[in-house]
Unconditional design. Structure first.
Length: 107
């Protein structure tokens, strides 16, 4: 019974740590770019776009599709960085825990 109580306490502690981690991730901002930095996007940890910067040299009427593709590429770059940050923070939090491979957290 003592082990069960200890396990329940650790589960509550882990839940609190995950909540704190989720709040921390929600407050991060990550920048993604394309075309060597000519297009930059900043996303929050919730994947909300905070800002978009486009170098004026890209404003050419006949190249609108290229600009659209560059914006998408910058957004995807920032999104990948947010996902990588989330994965790193989850690994830091769960380091040393006997969690089966492939198990998604938080529960």
């Amino acid at each position: 019974m003592k082990d069960l109580m200890g396990l329940m306490g650790k589960a509550r502690e882990m839940q609190a740590k995950f909540q704190a981690m989720q709040e921390e991730i929600a407050n991060i901002e990550v920048s993604g770019q394309s075309a060597g930095g000519l297009v930059q996007v900043v996303l929050t940890g919730k994947f909300e776009m905070k800002s978009l910067k486009i170098d004026p040299s890209l404003f050419k009427e006949d190249e609108v599709e290229i600009l659209e593709d560059l914006i998408l590429a910058a957004h995807n770059d920032a999104k990948a960085k947010v996902e990588q940050t989330m994965q790193q923070k989850t690994q830091e939090l769960t380091a040393g825990l006997p969690i089966p491979p492939g198990m998604k957290l938080p529960f």
